[in-house]
Design a protein around this ligand. Structure first.
Ligand code: GDP
Length: 303
């Protein structure tokens, strides 16, 4: 089931963090134990603000004589992280779509290579399986391969995709997408966008323009600006989130490739820094590996 996949996907991060804890298990909780744990948490990319806060709590507990073994440290660590993650725990994409207006418009943003197109496609497939009528919009007109990749997915999932020639204005594709969605009675529109790294200013302008066009065609849209981030880049993901959030106002985050990294603590750093809900996590390449984020299950799998 999905819990096994989650657990397998987080194994590298778990080994990095709780490998330390396990090694120390049974030992009395001494300051050296906490120092070693602190290093493990930093390398798992929970981010310094979180690490400092959590370690402060743990050290205070130890001074108060509240624990004497690594097991207790684990419990406290688990609770501290849960306290950070739970407030940002939110509705799943399915719930958002079910409760939201029709068509529900999702604008997917993020830099190239993070898994944006794959995430959009996996999400589309899930909507399709739930009997919804999704429409894909190929908004990355900058790379011909991106349009083709989305088309391949669309053919496989058997959904329509609105596409223009490479080099076309992405806002024009978005406009056509909105018109088509209304005409065809689509339940949910998923707009894939460009993510070229080197000309960021233009990219952000482009995304803002897409957003304006979408809002003009459908009041309140986009209903979700989903930022896709790659967990393997660690703290760089924070910098990316800041840029996209400033430019287009991110409302949800999908964090991919947690299976490929020992830096899975980045989920915690992101939730803590931006207070933006992490909606989805990617723990592998298969469709089932795109999971709704569940704070409790995540913490259980991690510690
Ligand atoms: P884009 O440039 O952001 O659209 O990235 P793509 O969607 O083309 O994905 C880049 C690569 O990342 C592809 O090979 C995907 O299969 C892979 N990928 C996406 N999500 C995950 C994930 O959660 N885990 C792993 N291991 N690979 C992923």
């Amino acid at each position: 089931g999905w819990l096994q996949k989650l657990s397998a996907g987080l194994s590298k991060t778990r080994d990095a963090v709780t490998g330390q804890l396990d090694r120390l298990l049974g030992r009395a909780a001494d300051p050296a134990l906490l120092d070693e744990l602190e290093v493990a948490l930093i390398s798992a990319d929970l981010g310094m603000p979180v690490v400092e806060r959590v370690m402060g709590q743990l050290r205070a507990q130890m001074r108060g004589g509240n624990f004497s073994s690594a097991d207790k440290v684990r419990d406290l660590l688990r609770q501290s992280v849960l306290d950070i993650l739970l407030p940002t725990q939110s509705a799943s994409m399915e719930q958002l779509v079910a409760q939201g207006p029709r068509p529900f418009v999702i604008l997917a943003v993020g830099v190239n290579g993070v898994g944006k197109t794959t995430t959009v496609a996996k999400l589309t497939q899930r909507f399709r399986q739930q009997g919804k009528k999704p429409l894909l919009v190929a908004g990355d007109t900058f790379r011909a391969a991106a349009i083709d990749q989305l088309q391949v997915w669309a053919d496989r999932i058997e959904v329509d995709v609105i596409r223009h020639r490479p080099g076309a204005d992405p806002a024009a594709v978005a406009y056509d997408g909105m018109t088509a969605a209304k005409a065809r009675g689509s339940d949910v529109v998923l707009i894939d966008t460009a993510g070229r790294l080197h000309t960021k200013t233009n990219l952000m302008d482009e995304l803002r323009k897409i957003k304006r066009v979408v809002a003009q065609e459908c009041q309140g849209a986009p209903h979700e600006v989903l930022l896709v981030l790659d967990a393997t880049v660690g703290q760089n993901a924070i910098a990316q989130a800041r840029q996209f959030h400033e430019a287009v106002g991110v409302t949800g985050i999908a964090l991919t490739k947690l299976d490929g990294t020992a830096r899975g603590g980045i989920v915690v750093a992101i939730a803590d820094t931006f207070k933006i809900p992490v909606r989805l996590i990617g723990v592998g390449e298969d469709v089932e590996d795109l999971q709704d984020f569940d704070a409790k299950a995540f913490v259980d799998a991690l510690f």
